[in-house]
Each structure stands twice: as structure tokens, then as C-alpha cells.
Design a protein around this ligand. Sequence first.
Ligand code: SF4
Length: 321
Amino acid sequence: MPIEMTTLALRLGISRCLLGEEVRYDGRHNLDNFLTKVLGRYVEWIPVCPEVEAGLGTPREAMRLVGNPQNPRLITIDSKIDHTRALETMTTNRIEELKNFDLSGYVFKKNSPSCGIERVRIYNEHGVPSRKGVGLFARAFIEQFPLIPVEEEGRLCDLTLRDNFIERVFSYRRWQAFVQSGVTKQALAQFHMIHKYLLMAHHPQQCKVLDRLIGKAHQHRPKELAHRYGELFMKTLAVKATVRKHLTVLQYIFGQFKERLGAREKAALLGGIGDYHRGLTPLIAPLTLIKHYVQVFDITPLRDQVYLNPHPNEIMLRFHV
Ligand code: SF4
């Protein structure tokens, strides 16, 4: 059976300034309307402002990353005060606390020397910037929680990236619930089975690698197996699903029950798939039709596929695939 998510809370970490709290260095905020007004209806936010929690106060002098991109320092721009130690101490303590929250995702503020997850400006000894930095807190968080989906608010303006992030958050939540319910080899095979078409839509080759891992499950201890599977599962979903890959999956699914359809039903479904291919309708249109036939003809292997049965809240949040 699909994993029941209706009673599971979605809890996401977030850079506190994105919620409209005036914690920026200049005493202002970075309120993000999509996060607060749309996504916020479905998730519980766990806000963190690394710089305020490190005791640097608001307002405070602006700071930037300086030195080696692998091991940068956090230095104020004018007075050259080094706040690296304060940030690192805060980070160690906060990450320890966050382990108790079962976060299913994290939205970071872009470009911040504390919160940015990529392309943050870092300055060399001559004061020349490059876009190779990662914010100190964000880097430590990603190292500690490598499977948790993370994104920057700026990238969430890209509707495809937004949909992918939301899908990964829901998928990771299902994975968390599955692990918490106790991993057995049989249960993992079932988990894989219901995610099969979703995985194929992201990375068909990696889906086959997961197939082989499940096929050789007897060679691994359950804990090690779950660890390997979880890592590859989330990596596979991080690869962007494309219209072409969705099309392949839709045609594959269609092939599994086309013999049971009459001529008019076949034409309707192929027409729906074609409209999606041409960009005339979103993915949910042919999926709804397929789901209808799966129920009418009681096609067991397809009935529980997450690909056909995303969580209702996930449907509400994803419009652009
Ligand atoms: S970007 Fe991070 S450190 Fe800066 S104000 Fe926002 S939450 Fe605080």
C-alpha cells in the first residue's frame, strides 16, 4: 500500500529573514511571498538566522567570506572583525538541535555568506571576488544532512526547479516515514515498487541501479541496504524530470493496459498524452485519465504507484510539470 501521508507533518528549515523577520544586517527582511503565503500553508517552518543566533545583533556590520573556498573566514567588510568562530559555534549547537526536528527540506537565502548554498561571493587576499563560496551554516547543514532537499529562494522562482524541490520534499518525507516504520528487505522492495515510475521519470538508468540493489538485497544487512537505497533514491530524484522522460513513462504505462481499452478510450488517452507533449496541458491531465482507467480496470501493479497518486498537497503545489 502507498505510504499514508495525511497525518504526517512537513517540517522545513528556512533562513529566518525569508519569513519577513527583520534580522538582516541592515535591520530589514527578505519576505518571500511564495514561501509565506503558498508553501507556508502546507508546511511548518523552523526558522534559523545563523548571524543573529551567533550573537552578532541586528543591525550589524555587513560581512563576507574571505580566503580559501574550502575553508573560508567570515569577516566584516570595514572593521575586518573575524566572526568565523562565533558562527561555527552557533552552527554546531543548532545542527545538534535540528536533528530532533526531522526536517524534510530547507530553504536558504541566496548569496548570504552564512546561508547561501552556491555561488556565494568569496574574496581572495587582493579583495577580488569569485562566485565559488558556500555560506558557513549552509555548508555545515548540507554536510550533516546530505539527503535533505535544499534550495535557495531565488532558484524557487524557476517553476521547474520549484516543482522538483516540492516533489523531493514529499518524497523525502515518505522515505523518513518508511525508515521510521522499520526497514525490512521486503518492505523496501515494496517502497521501491511504488516509486518505480517516479524514479524513471527522473533518471531511468539510475532507476535500474536501484532495481539491481533491490534484487541483491540479500547481500546486505537491512541498515546498510536502507542507507545505500536512501542515498541513491534522493540523488535520482534530484535529477530534473523532463517532458521527454515523462512521455516515455506515460507511453510505458499506456502499453501495460492498452489492450483493455476500446478505440475511443485509446484515442482519448493518446490525445491527452500528445497534448502534454506539445505543452498544451500539464502532466496532471494525462495522469488523471490514466488513473481513471487504472481504477476502472483494476490494474493492480499500477494502482499504488506514487507517480499516479501524489499527495493531495503535492498536487496543489505543483503546476508546471
Ligand atoms: S541570510 Fe541568513 S544570516 Fe542573513 S539575515 Fe537571513 S537568515 Fe540571517
